[in-house]
Design a protein around this ligand. Sequence first.
Ligand code: ADP
Length: 231
Amino acid sequence: MADMGTDRAGDKARAEMFRARGLTKVYRMGEVEVHALRGIDLALYPGEFVVILGPSGCGKSTLLNILGGLDVPTEGEVWYNGHDLTHADDAVLTRFRRDNVGFVFQFYNLIPSLTARENVAIVTEIARQPMPPEEALALVGLGERLDHFPAQMSGGEQQRVCIARALINHPEIVLADEPTGNLDEANEQLVLDIFHRLHEQGTTLIVVTHDAHVASNAQREILLNHGRLVG
Ligand code: ADP
């Protein structure tokens, strides 16, 4: 039987949040072309907790960045709630990211000279209806560490500050790229607990990982290899 992938009849009744068709990404470095994505067809649904898995270099981050409007494909199309992100101009993509997406990366990207509260507060200036930084930090269990600097916090605490920062605009989508890549098991679990809570509240979670334990927490696995979907 032909592989019907995400176009199973049962899914057709559900509104798609993201639809990607034929996504291709080629990075050109002088004479060299790197084919990061080689034709990805994909549907993602509101409220899903999805992991994108695969070996290093298979295109996971590239796919995540395109879904998040941080990058555009070389060919193919991606829609968000029926809006074409592929041909959107920078202003539209900026608004999409600002109003809908929270990003969490592997490397915490905190400003060392700012406290936890200040690191979160700086994004309130660009968010539309930001929650108070104190509230965001309380959500990740750091209500007591508001005035600590990154150097005074563990890696797990720093990552939770980043998650608080990502939540400031009440995003309906959280995109995370190896969010537990630098964490020990206990801190990984704390981050997963936060993700589960967000999932229960209806947030769509799309998480790039190569960690089988992180993957086992998700509802659905998207497997990539050499820029192609394999599962
Ligand atoms: P993964 O997240 O699975 O490790 P990436 O999406 O980061 O994979 O990268 C896929 C391929 O594209 C890799 O070969 C990587 O070296 C290449 N690549 C990613 N970003 C760039 C870039 N900005 N310029 C050139 N090559 C890139």
